[in-house]
Write a protein that binds this ligand. Structure first.
Ligand SMILES: Nc1ncnc2c1ncn2[C@@H]1O[C@H](COP(=O)(O)OP(=O)(O)O)[C@@H](O)[C@H]1O
Ligand SMILES: [Mg+2]
Length: 295
């Protein structure tokens, strides 16, 4: 039987008194694209940062390639780091370097390859993301979508087995965002990498996922295939009445419906906070939304 390439076991993370991850168990298999979804602030980026070893769990475990990250020394962790690539929200390119130099950087840092070989490697990566003819441009000279592509080429520079993406389509227009989705699909097919993608963009999630995982309040509400989530999303209003509360909540999230258990919970929470005086200061409604008395 194939072993998971990534596994979290009872992963808990607290920041002070706030529990952000509350016992997350998830297995990701080699070659699959797992999309992790959930509302803003539910802990998606925190979860991802545990997978790459940049945060340590309060309790529980993270395993990559079969090793418990906590058991690795600095060298061991470096070896693991070379086997995954990361594309973070900002793309995080160095503005003083050309696109080619940005992509070459990890190769200079982590390998002893001859500069000519590095040049060839860089060209191959830039070709993969469709940027070969822009190699000598600086980040300020290219569009947001191209920056994401360049970030992706850099994430690919060491031929990783796993790619981590945090909100890859954030800040992009719908067409560019759809292009990035296609590129991610294309790369998965060509390179056979395992991908973990954090997003709250449902169109993107349903385009790229093999399996999906829904996080809420630090817990996994549901893990399933894309078809299972798609089925839940397309259940009619009438059929949805017989779903349990969790499924109702997931369905609202997937559909982006303006009304449902998520909205209800928000209203109740802010009411409770209001009563206890623990919530944020009440937002003064804009006058345009107040009923105007016509006299
Ligand atoms: N380093 C940190 N220190 C304290 N709180 C944090 C830290 N990182 C994240 N948080 C809190 O954890 C919660 C989840 O954040 P995050 O994982 O960024 O959510 P998401 O990516 O789902 O929007 C938020 O309430 C955030 O304020
Ligand atoms: Mg985030």
């Amino acid at each position: 039987m194939t072993e998971p390439i990534i596994r979290t076991i009872d992963l808990v993370k607290r920041f002070g008194t706030q529990t952000v991850l509350d016992g997350v168990n998830l297995e990701i298999m080699p070659g699959e694209t797992m999309v992790v979804m959930g509302g803003s602030g539910c802990g998606k980026s925190t979860f991802l940062r545990h997978l790459i070893g940049s945060l340590t769990p309060t309790s529980g475990r993270v395993e990559l390639f079969g090793s418990d990250l906590a058991s690795l020394d600095e060298d061991g962790m470096d070896d693991v780091r070379k086997r995954f690539g990361i594309l973070f929200q900002s793309g995080a390119l160095f503005n003083s370097m050309t696109i080619a130099e940005n992509v070459a950087l990890p190769l200079h840092e982590h390998t002893v390859l001859d500069p000519n070989i590095i040049d060839i490697q860089v060209k191959i990566k830039l070709e993969l993301v469709g940027l070969r003819e822009h190699a000598s441009k600086y980040p300020s000279q290219i569009s947001g979508g191209m920056k994401k592509r360049a970030g992706l080429a850099r994430a690919l520079s060491l031929d990783p087995r796993i790619l981590f993406y945090d909100e890859p389509s954030a800040g992009l227009d719908p067409v560019t965002s759809a292009e990035i989705d296609q590129l991610m699909l294309d790369l998965t097919r060509k390179l056979g990498v395992t991908s973990v993608v954090v997003t709250h963009e449902m169109d993107s999630a349903f385009t790229i996922a093999d399996r999906m995982c829904m996080l809420d309040k630090g817990k996994v509400l549901m893990v399933g295939t894309r078809d299972e989530f798609d089925h839940l999303r397309s259940i009619s209003e009438k059929e949805a009445e017989s779903l349990d509360d969790t499924r109702k909540l997931i369905r609202q999230f997937l559909r982006g419906d303006p009304e449902g258990p998520i909205t209800q919970r928000r209203i109740e929470t802010s009411y409770a906070e209001d009563l206890l005086g623990t919530g944020p200061p009440r937002v003064v409604k804009s006058p345009a939304l107040e009923p105007t008395r016509k006299t």
